[in-house]
Design a protein around this ligand. Sequence first.
Ligand code: SF4
Length: 247
Amino acid sequence: METIYRKSLLYKSGLGLYCINHVQGCSHGCRYPCYAYMMAKSYGKTIGYADWCQPRLVANAEALLAKELAHKKVKPSTIHLCLSTDPFMTGYDEIIDMSLRLIALINSFDIACSVLTKGRFPSALADMSRFSTENRYTISLISLDEDFRIKWEPGATPYAERIAALKYLHEHGLKTQVHMEPYPTPNLIRQDLSLILDEIGFVDHIFFGGWNYNNLVKEFGQYRSFYSEQQNKIRQFCEDRNIQYAF
Ligand code: SF4
């Protein structure tokens, strides 16, 4: 795959999180649209959607991060992967291998990772001799319907495979989460949130957020009451099972 070189990797985002993005672009090609894609386009880092979907690996990411972490006087407690790409991009073994090496490197400095993907978490992450048990593993999940995924997250991993990979990590005692955002209103898909929750009842934390990227949800007149009902369902589900949640 094509590679690029960067001068720095670790940064503190506007959200206050320390992050790394060791890939430019993302083949998952989400069409909500993807905020990272819109930013890259407005800053001239990509010429369009097809270009964005051709990821470029930062070839010097490992050496760069090792140097940055070694020189950091006050080390962050957690580093997030990733805000503007996907560390476990579906079908890209080089990216997946690099992400595993970077997580191991971060953990070797006694820093935990929070990792977010619409891909499949590798089972290798359950190797506790290599990876910290303090890491948090999150999948993004807003439906179980594969026709919906193909329309809105065309390059991402099928939902059932995402959940199965996360469950494997949970069964090995690791911290797991679901990021349920941007959750669609019924004019985008009619679905029962309870069925999705039933599939992810093993996780430690659920974050729920609406579809705030454009006006599509407002075409569904009762979107405020719809979101409020879904939040009530999540609250009840999580409190019954002692799962943490946030909106
Ligand atoms: S997986 Fe994330 S970074 Fe990749 S296209 Fe989708 S929203 Fe954007």
